[in-house]
Design a protein around this ligand. Structure first.
Ligand code: ASP
Length: 324
């Protein structure tokens, strides 16, 4: 993201208006969002937290790529803060019929949609929309191509902080298709902002990222070396929809034994290391099913935290809209 897009995230008073990327979100703002999210968590079985920061507002979920968790959690987060939520399905939307994205946006603005939550397979779409909406409208990036997924990065660092708040003395290993992963990018940005001690990115050479996208990270192609004494292990799916040619990517069995996060491979990590995955999971490919369901896994906690961080972001946006 360039400097202009970064500026675009804030209004003239320096308040967060759009969330397009975690690049440019400083440590104090990141921490405030995580603390707000924490305040929205309730005990299992207790009613979910609610608020009124978005009362009278309308949130539009515009998902031009498939989604389960992100879309459902933005939907719940918006409703729990008092908003009307409109879920626009790509299969029924006019974008499929060739309507330009801006015509779709102007149509929604005319219906008083105040917050556009956007997922798209192309680079730059959330920032493009943010540059073209009316002054009171906010745009939240819910997954942009292989570029960024800021609310996923927030929920990932919240989950890690609940396990261990000492980021400076922590080694985090991200394993899988780093090259095509927006999750890896956003998690890395948030971790670096919070001063993570060590960040290791583990993948087969064919799925390794450009080093400049991950300043300060160590790129590794051996899972035993990458997981050695790690505190946190994040497994990622192979983003087949973004890979034209799978040449050089190991077949399933070889992939699982060399790059799968498994009980066996976790022996290299610290004994109390946690296992994370953003979903959707492919059991037996990038993660072992028993490990995903076992005591080291915090995968369902990530999902719970996803609603809370989206509420925290929406609350800020709602307060700005009402001038508070
Ligand atoms: N759900 C995540 C994303 O939207 C991870 C994935 O799809 O693999 O990027």
């Amino acid at each position: 993201m360039d400097q202009d897009d970064n500026q675009l995230q804030f209004d003239a008073q320096g308040n967060l208006r759009h969330l397009l990327s975690l690049q440019g979100i400083d440590r104090s703002l990141l921490t405030e969002i995580l603390n707000d999210a924490e305040s929205y968590l309730t005990e299992p079985g207790a009613p979910p937290a609610r608020g009124t920061s978005l009362a009278g507002r309308t949130v539009g979920n515009l998902f031009f790529e498939p989604s389960t968790r992100t879309r459902a959690s933005f939907d719940l987060a918006g409703r729990r803060l008092g908003a009307d939520v409109l879920n626009l399905d790509v299969n029924t939307s006019s974008r499929k019929k060739g309507e330009s994205i801006l015509d779709t946006i102007y149509t929604l603005e005319a219906m008083h949609v105040d917050v556009m939550v956007v997922r798209d397979a192309s680079d730059g779409v959330p920032a493009y929309i943010a540059r073209n909406v009316k002054d009171h409208v906010s745009v939240l990036n819910a997954g942009e191509s292989d570029v960024s997924h800021p609310t996923q990065g927030l929920l990932d660092v919240l989950t890690i902080r609940q396990h261990n708040p000492d980021f400076a003395n922590m080694a985090v290993a991200i394993v899988g298709d780093i090259q095509h992963s927006r999750v890896a990018t956003s998690a890395s940005q948030a971790l670096q902002t919070l001063g993570v001690g060590e960040l290791r990115l583990i993948s087969p050479p064919a799925l390794a990222p450009d080093a400049e996208r991950f300043p300060g990270a160590r790129i590794v192609d051996n899972i035993a070396a990458g997981l050695k004494d790690a505190d946190v292990v994040i497994a990622l799916r192979i983003q087949r929809e973004r890979i034209g040619n799978l040449d050089g990517v190991p077949g399933i069995d070889e992939y699982f034994s060399n790059f799968g996060v498994s009980t066996e491979n976790m022996k290299h990590a610290k004994p109390n290391a946690i296992v994370m995955h953003p979903g959707p999971m492919n059991r037996g490919i990038e993660i072992e099913g028993a490990l995903a369901d076992g005591p080291r896994s915090v995968i369902t906690q990530q999902v719970t935290n996803g609603v809370a961080v989206r509420m925290a972001v929406l609350k800020r946006i709602g307060k700005r809209m009402s001038g508070q």
